[in-house]
Every structure is written in structure tokens, then in C-alpha cells.
Design a protein around this ligand. Structure first.
Ligand SMILES: [Zn+2]
Length: 321
């Protein structure tokens, strides 16, 4: 190692030591933070749990790592045409309650969903009206009605199933509209930046609930007018014992979207090759968030002891190329 390289490593190691406290290792406030972040699990049960580092690259989750975990119950989105067919000419959607995503509201209308296999009455209609009718159901709902609907992200109706909607003034044939709503994370560009996320990225997310659960392959949606939240359906909410103030944290980031679709292109889709000469704790955390369970680093690259710890606790294998 040259003198310059040695100086660089010493500097990086010192900087790791100096920033350790700012990275959530201080005990002050830790218990309170943990309790709120984990939706009410006893602080003693979670404090000092070193496996936490897997979920967020830190010993203790800071409040800034927490994402509100919210349940999205079965609901319907209507077009103006469908709304009028169901509730009469000139029908409008009145606002009963605003929802967590800005502009979205629970309307004062309810519909019945009818299929050859069964019916669901009193299904909420969300507003405002949209460009396409969409019926978002849980897998349990579908089972009850004999539907084999695909799991799709809201807005993607490819493979959606036909159902009949009934309102007070008539029925509407919702063709290809029924899907099982896929879980997802809404965030603003600022949240995405802070959490190290990108639009379209898939991540695994840990529900920090009384019955903790890891959701894999969760799409991230970034938009200026979103509010930070992870949305799950009622089946998923029940599976993890979600409560009104539940929170989740990013468990690991993945680059699996194209891989899953079978058209993964190594050259285009692989994250850029790591060329760092030195990897500090901060850089290791950034990489741990972005990469899968193995990281390839150049032969001569130096890992500071804290950086090694980050990879070790995140169960990420380091390979020299
Ligand atoms: Zn949502």
C-alpha cells in the first residue's frame, strides 16, 4: 500500500469512528424510538436486537427509517360513466373521509360486486373518479367469489377479471377490472433519497408488528404528491397483526424486477461495478441497501472494520474480483 493509500484508510476509519454515534448507536432515546417504530412491541423485547442491522443498516432503527404500514381494504375506483350508470345521471362522489394519499378520499357511495360464484355487498368506492374502473380485492375475497384474479399493482389491469357492479340506479359490467392489489410503498422524492430508494425498485420490507413478517418484492413508487406509506391488503394486514400505528422498515433492496420478468440484461440492469479503493461504513450501508446478498469488490479495495461489520450483520457476502 502506498503512503497515500494508508493515509486514506486511516482517514476513512477515523471518520467511521467519529460518525458512529450519529448513526443511531447512542442509547439515548433508543428504547422510545424502538417502541414507536415497532408498533408497540415491548421495548425490552426489541432493544439491542443486533439483527436489526439487516433491516436498515443500523443497530437501532431511527424514526427516519420507519415507514407507516397501512391497510388498504377492498375497494372500487369508478369512471364518471360507470358512476352515472350505477347511481344515475349527474351522480357525483361525495367525500366521506380523506385517505392517507393526498387527494384520495373514501366516498359516500358503496357498490355490490357480483360474480357467478358469489357477491360482496357494501364495497367502498374511492374518489375522485378515474380513467378506468378498477376493483381491488384481497385473495380471500376472490376465493369467496370463485375468482382467480391476478396480483397486480394498482393501475395495471392486464389479466384483470370481469365482475358486475351494482349501485342504486343500475348495474355496470366491469370488464377486466378485478385484481388482487399488490402491496407497494408510496414515497416522495425526498423520502426516496433519505431511504436510498428509487422509483420502480423492488425491496423487501419488514413489518415491525406483534407478528413480524417480511414482505418480499415490494415495488416502490415515487411521486412528488405521494405521502410515505406502505400499503398492504387485509389478508397481509391480518397475517402480520397490523394495528392502527404499525410501522415497517426496509429489509433489503433488490434488483429483481427484470430478473423476475425473465428479461434481465446483465449489461443494462446490473448495478454499476464497484471501483472504490476504500469502503467506509457509510458507503457500506449505501451498498447494503442497494445490493442483494453478495457484493463484488475489487481485489485491492480496503474495507474499514466498521464497513466489514455492516456487511457481516447484513449477511452480505463480500467477494473479491
Ligand atoms: Zn397505495
Amino acid at each position: 500500500m502506498t503512503g497515500d493509500e494508508i493515509r486514506e484508510v486511516v482517514k476513512a476509519t477515523l471518520s467511521d469512528l467519529l460518525t458512529a454515534n450519529a448513526d443511531g448507536l447512542t442509547p439515548a432515546g433508543g428504547i422510545g424510538v424502538d417502541a414507536s417504530c415497532r408498533g408497540g412491541i415491548l421495548p425490552s423485547a426489541v432493544h439491542g436486537n443486533t439483527s436489526d442491522i439487516i433491516s436498515n443498516g443500523r443497530q437501532d432503527a431511527s424514526p427516519t427509517d420507519c415507514i407507516p404500514l397501512e391497510v388498504s381494504a377492498r375497494h372500487v375506483h369508478l369512471t364518471q360513466v360507470a358512476l352515472e350508470q350505477l347511481f344515475g345521471a349527474g351522480a357525483v362522489l361525495g367525500q366521506r373521509r380523506m385517505l392517507s394519499q393526498p387527494g384520495e378520499f373514501l366516498s359516500d357511495r358503496r357498490v355490490k360486486i357480483i360474480t357467478p360464484g358469489g357477491e360482496l355487498d357494501g364495497v367502498a368506492v374511492l374518489g375522485p373518479v378515474r380513467g378506468a374502473v378498477q376493483v381491488e380485492l384481497s385473495a380471500s375475497d376472490c376465493r369467496r367469489m370463485g375468482l382467480d384474479a391476478p396480483v397486480k399493482l394498482s393501475g395495471d389491469l392486464s389479466g384483470g377479471l370481469d365482475v358486475t357492479l351494482q349501485g342504486t340506479a343500475g348495474t355496470y359490467e366491469a370488464k377486466g377490472a378485478a385484481i388482487i392489489a399488490r402491496n407497494h410503498i408510496h414515497c416522495t422524492p425526498a423520502d426516496a433519497n433519505r431511504l436510498g430508494l428509487a422509483d420502480g425498485q423492488r425491496v423487501s420490507v419488514r413489518a415491525n408488528t406483534a407478528r413480524p413478517l417480511i414482505f418480499e418484492d415490494v415495488p416502490v413508487r415515487v411521486r412528488e404528491d405521494f405521502k410515505l406509506a406502505m400499503h398492504v391488503d387485509t389478508d397481509e394486514a391480518n397475517a402480520c397483526a397490523l394495528t392502527g400505528n404499525s410501522q415497517c422498515t426496509i429489509h433489503n433492496a433488490q434488483f429483481c424486477e427484470r430478473e423476475a420478468a425473465g428479461n434481465f440484461d446483465d449489461k443494462k440492469d446490473c448495478p454499476p461495478v464497484i471501483t472504490d479503493k476504500v469502503i467506509t461504513e457509510a458507503r457500506a450501508k449505501e451498498l447494503a441497501r442497494q445490493r442483494g446478498d453478495c457484493i463484488e469488490i475489487p481485489k485491492g479495495c480496503v474495507l474499514t472494520p466498521s464497513a466489514k461489520d455492516v456487511f457481516l450483520h447484513a449477511h452480505i457476502r463480500v467477494e473479491r474480483t
